[in-house]
Design a protein around this ligand. Structure first.
Ligand SMILES: Cc1cc2nc3c(=O)[nH]c(=O)nc-3n(C[C@H](O)[C@H](O)[C@H](O)COP(=O)(O)OP(=O)(O)OC[C@H]3O[C@@H](n4cnc5c(N)ncnc54)[C@H](O)[C@@H]3O)c2cc1C
Ligand code: FES
Length: 261
């Protein structure tokens, strides 16, 4: 898979909540080659602090050369990125890693928790564009509060998805875990795509295994290089040994993963 390094001017910045931000960048080569589930390694500031690039899922990639990332501010790198203004140039390397297999036939369901929703929008858009989907496939979105979900839920609806939501505080949708919404629809789907916190993905993987439903998960580990060089992103594999999430993943079949958390 081709990888590119692009100095990418910011073309759009949206503040979805006080700590969730969306940046749209002009990175034409990455946009052209990106597949849903892949990620970019982002240089977060203009200086050597922070030294390491930060990984972010590709949230959108469009034909006009734009790549969008959606992120929550949790530390120095994301704080610097959130402070970027239009025309700031941000250095990206990508598209990286193994994305979702979108060729699977049959009804599907998407499940996203927190910032795990980011790669699912790109996936949803490509699945719909491929035109092999039944009308209104379900997407289950979980977040801490209503504010994190509102715009994203609207955008999935515009794509033609039936959106079901869950929030930790009950401000919208189901009051509780998004995984609890899966039980009612699991029998109707043949493929589940999930991205979110590890305990959530583990729960989904185990439910899918019990139901005999295929499940693809997008793992998140600490990544120093994102390129297969530092071996810092390992996670135990079900067959023994370790997966290198940046190269073997981040998207994996759920049965490839030893769910140790
Ligand atoms: C493949 C991949 C895709 C990602 N996609 C997104 C995305 O679309 N949106 C988004 O908001 N975030 C995403 N992340 C997580 C994102 O990379 C981190 O939030 C970011 O690197 C934090 O940088 P920072 O400098 O702000 O925080 P730091 O100062 O580096 O870290 C702040 C705190 O968060 C913890 N932390 C940092 N990174 C991770 C991690 N990967 N897993 C668990 N804990 C971590 C640190 O241990 C520390 O306690 C992704 C991670 C991976 C591996
Ligand atoms: S992040 Fe360096 S090998 Fe995966």
């Amino acid at each position: 898979m081709p990888e590119f390094q692009e100095k990418s001017p910011v073309r759009g910045r949206e503040q979805l909540t006080p700590d969730v931000c969306r940046l749209t960048l002009h990175a034409p080569k990455i946009a052209e080659h990106a597949r849903p589930g892949q990620f970019v390694m982002v240089r977060a500031g203009a200086t050597l602090d922070p030294l390491l690039r930060r990984p972010f899922s590709i949230h959108k990639a469009t034909g006009d050369g734009l790549v969008t990332i959606l992120f929550k501010v949790i530390g120095k790198g994301t704080r610097l990125l959130a402070a970027a203004s239009e025309s700031t140039e941000i250095d990206l390397i990508g598209p990286l890693g193994r994305g979702f297999d979108t060729t699977v036939a049959g009804p599907h369901c998407l499940i996203g928790g927190g910032m795990g929703i980011a790669p699912l929008y790109f996936l949803a858009e490509r699945l719909m564009r491929a035109g092999r989907q039944a009308a209104n496939p379900p997407v289950l979105l979980g977040a801490q509060t209503q504010a994190e979900l509102m715009l994203l839920a609207e955008e999935f609806t515009e794509l033609g998805y039936a959106v079901l939501t869950a929030t930790d505080d009950g401000t919208i949708g189901h009051h509780g875990f998004v995984t609890e919404l899966l039980d009612d629809i699991l029998q109707e789907v043949q493929q589940v795509y999930v991205c979110g916190p590890m305990p959530m993905m583990r729960t989904v993987a185990l439910k899918c295994r019990a139901a005999g439903t295929a499940c693809q998960v997008s793992l998140e580990t600490h990544m120093a290089c994102g390129l297969g060089a530092c071996l810092g992103c390992t996670y135990p594999a079900s067959g023994g040994g370790y997966l290198h999430v940046c190269k073997d993943g981040p998207v994996l079949a759920a049965e490839e993963v030893a769910w140790t958390l």
